[in-house]
Design a protein around this ligand. Structure first.
Ligand code: C2E
Ligand code: CA
Ligand code: CA
Ligand code: CA
Length: 275
C-alpha cells in the first residue's frame, strides 16, 4: 500500500506543477489588472417578491481580459484572497459600484461581498468608510455580504468589524445561509440585518420536498429574529411563488435577471431621470 501511495504521488507531481504555474501566472495577471483598474462590477437585481419591485443590486466582480479568456470569480477571488489582493479589488469595485449607484434612484441599495480574510483586517471598516465619504455615498444604501465561514476565521475581529460597519449605518447580510458552521450561534451573537438563503436550497425547491421544509424552517428562524430573508438563485416562477408563500421577502436569480454591466443595467432596469 505504501509503495502504491508513492507511485501515485509521483504520477500526480507534474499535474501539481502545472497547477502551481497556472496559479502564479493568474496571480501576476490579476495583480496587473487591479493596478490597471481593469476589474468591473456587474450588477444583479434584487427584487421584493410580493410586488416584484426592484430594491437594489448586488455587485459581482468581473475580469474582462484582453485575451478573451473567461475567468470567473470562483477562480480569481480565491487567488485574490491568498495573494492579499482582495482588499484592493474590493475597494475598486466598491468605488465603481458607488459611482454608478449615485446616478440611480436613491432608494436603490447596493450590496458588496466581503471575503472571510478581509474581516480580520481591523482597518476594513475605515477603508470602506473613507471610500463612501470621498464619494459622498450614503452608508445606509450600502450592504455588506459576509458568509458564515468568515465568522469562524477570527470571531473577535470579525465581530468588531461588523459592529463598526453597523455603527456607521452600513447594513450587514449573512450570505449563503445554511451552508456554514453553527448558524444559530452566529445569528445570536451578531446583529445581522438580513439573511440570504443559499441557492442550493432554492434550486432544490422544485424537486426535493425536503428543501421546502428547510426553507420553511430558515424563514421561521429568521422571522423570530425579525430578520428579512433573501432567496438567491431563483430560476423558476414556481420557486418564486413557493418562496413568497413561505414568507420570504426578497429574491434574486436568473428568473428576474442575471448580473449585468453598468451599461446593460441602464438598458434593462433603470429609467433615466429627466430633469
Ligand atoms: P455569491 O455571493 O453567492 O453570488 C451569487 C452567485 O450566483 C453569482 O455568481 C451569481 O451570478 C450567481 N447566480 C445568481 N443568480 C443565479 C441563478 O439564478 N442561478 C445560478 N445558477 N446562479 C446564479 P458569480 O458572479 O460567478 O460569483 C460567484 C461567487 O464569487 C459569489 O457567490 C461570491 O462568493 C464570489 N464573489 C463574486 N464577486 C466577489 C467580490 O467582489 N468579492 C468577493 N469576496 N467575492 C466575490
Ligand atoms: Ca453574495
Ligand atoms: Ca450567496
Ligand atoms: Ca455562494
Amino acid at each position: 500500500a505504501k509503495e502504491a501511495g508513492r507511485n501515485q504521488h509521483r504520477c500526480f507531481e507534474p499535474l501539481m506543477d502545472a497547477e502551481i504555474k497556472r496559479r502564479s501566472v493568474l496571480e501576476r495577471q490579476l495583480r496587473e489588472a487591479i493596478l490597471a483598474d481593469d476589474l468591473r462590477p456587474h450588477f444583479q437585481p434584487l427584487v421584493e417578491l410580493a410586488g416584484r419591485r426592484l430594491v437594489g443590486f448586488e455587485l459581482l466582480a468581473r475580469w474582462p481580459r484582453r485575451d478573451g479568456l473567461n475567468i470567473g470569480p470562483d477562480q480569481f477571488i480565491p487567488i485574490a484572497e491568498e495573494s492579499g489582493l482582495i482588499n484592493e479589488l474590493m475597494l475598486q469595485l466598491l468605488e465603481r459600484g458607488c459611482r454608478e449607484a449615485l446616478g440611480w434612484d436613491a432608494r436603490l441599495s447596493i450590496a458588496i461581498n466581503i471575503s472571510p480574510v478581509q474581516l480580520k483586517d481591523p482597518w476594513l471598516a475605515q477603508k470602506i468608510l473613507a471610500t463612501l465619504t470621498r464619494l459622498a455615498f450614503p452608508p445606509q444604501r450600502l450592504e455588506i455580504e459576509v458568509t458564515e465561514n468568515a465568522l469562524i476565521v477570527d470571531a473577535d475581529n470579525a465581530r468588531r468589524t461588523i459592529e463598526s460597519l453597523k455603527n456607521q449605518g452600513i447594513k450587514v447580510a449573512l450570505d449563503d445561509f445554511g451552508t456554514g458552521y453553527s448558524s444559530m450561534h452566529h445569528l445570536r451573537m451578531l446583529a445581522f440585518d438580513k439573511i440570504k438563503i443559499d441557492r442550493s436550497f432554492i434550486q432544490a425547491l422544485d424537486t426535493d420536498p425536503d428543501a421546502r421544509k428547510i426553507v420553511r424552517a430558515i424563514v421561521g428562524l429568521a422571522s423570530s429574529f425579525d430578520l428579512p430573508v433573501v432567496a438567491e438563485g431563483i430560476e423558476t416562477e414556481a420557486a418564486a411563488q413557493t418562496l413568497a408563500a413561505l414568507g420570504c421577502s426578497y429574491g434574486q436569480g436568473y428568473l428576474f435577471g442575471a448580473a449585468l454591466s453598468a451599461e446593460q443595467l441602464w438598458r434593462e432596469w433603470l429609467v433615466p431621470v429627466t430633469r
